[in-house]
Write a protein that binds this ligand. Structure first.
Ligand code: ATP
Ligand code: MG
Length: 270
């Protein structure tokens, strides 16, 4: 059974997409069958994993609207070996607006779509947009575990934590499977006093923070300019080592297991 893991925080630019894509790479290198689902109309994960120039022909918005099966929307040949993708485009925002105003709108649309993939993957990672809205509600309804990336050393990043925690609590009321995984410190520099102070505050708010953190690193940006994860860019970097450790902590907390079964392709073709 694939575990479904969402990365969420309504604060923008806290490295949700950077973590989703690089942790996906690290998990694939550890031998897991990985699917990334882009639930952000900005489609940054899609651009990083698929193409900066071309939009995918099959997308999550078509799946949510019932116009395409999820198996048909899967992109197998992404930029990252071992990582499949269901991508998005800006049109996903239109789906959000339509669904939000429909009396028949359902927060279980994504879960229903992902349910058929449980035997095809070990882990499904969902990247979310910086909003506590209908799309993120769909992500948390589909998820088994949610991790919250938080920018270290920033007072502003901590404002609104109550809203995030309340949203997770509300999601758990309708999805009792949902566990809180941990907060993840990003742009973290343990030598900086402000980072140490905010790390303590994050621990106080969320209760659990991963030991691994994403260090502030220009190389992460450089890698993304090239359409690479930081692991592809330079596996020897401290940031890469942290991502590998982070992925292993996430795997342990989420109870990931490798299937002995066929590859995703064989399961989907069956
Ligand atoms: N540890 C880091 N060091 C330096 N730059 C980083 C780091 N993490 C992320 N960035 C950069 O910060 C920007 C925002 O990161 P990212 O897109 O992953 O955040 P996000 O939370 O997904 O944003 P959004 O809320 O818009 O979806 C990107 O340009 C990324 O390259
Ligand atoms: Mg993002």
């Amino acid at each position: 059974m694939a575990k479904v893991i969402a990365f969420a925080n309504h604060k923008g630019g806290v490295a949700k997409t950077t973590i989703t894509t690089s942790v996906a790479d690290a998990l694939a290198r550890d031998g897991y069958e990985v699917l990334v689902v882009d639930m952000d109309p900005q489609a940054n994960a899609t651009k990083l994993l698929y193409s900066f120039d071309d939009a995918p022909s099959g997308t999550i918005e078509q799946v949510l609207e019932g116009r395409l099966s999820i198996a048909q929307a899967i992109i197998g040949d992404t930029q990252v070996k071992g990582v499949d993708l269901v991508g998005a485009t800006l049109l996903l925002d239109g789906v959000q607006k339509k669904m939000q105003t429909s009396p028949f709108a359902s927060t279980s649309a994504l879960k229903k779509a992902l349910d058929v993939l449980h035997d095809a993957y070990d882990v499904i990672l969902i990247d979310t947009r910086p909003a506590l809205d209908f799309l993120t509600a769909n992500a948390l309804f589909a998820a088994d575990v949610v991790f919250v990336p938080v920018e270290s050393g920033s007072k502003l990043a901590l404002l609104g934590t109550d809203d995030m925690l309340r949203f997770i609590a509300e999601a758990r009321a309708v999805n009792p499977r949902l566990e809180f995984g941990a907060a993840i410190l990003t742009r973290h520099d343990n030598r900086k006093k402000l980072c140490k102070i905010t790390a303590e505050a994050v621990k106080g708010f969320y209760g659990r923070v991963l030991d691994a953190s994403l260090p502030i690193a220009e190389d992460i940006r450089k890698a993304q300019v090239l359409g690479q994860t930081v692991l592809q860019y330079d596996r020897q970097l401290n940031a890469s080592n942290q991502v590998v450790d982070m992925a292993r902590e996430i795997a342990a907390i989420s109870g990931l297991q490798k299937r002995i079964a066929d590859s995703a392709d064989e399961v989907l073709e069956a």
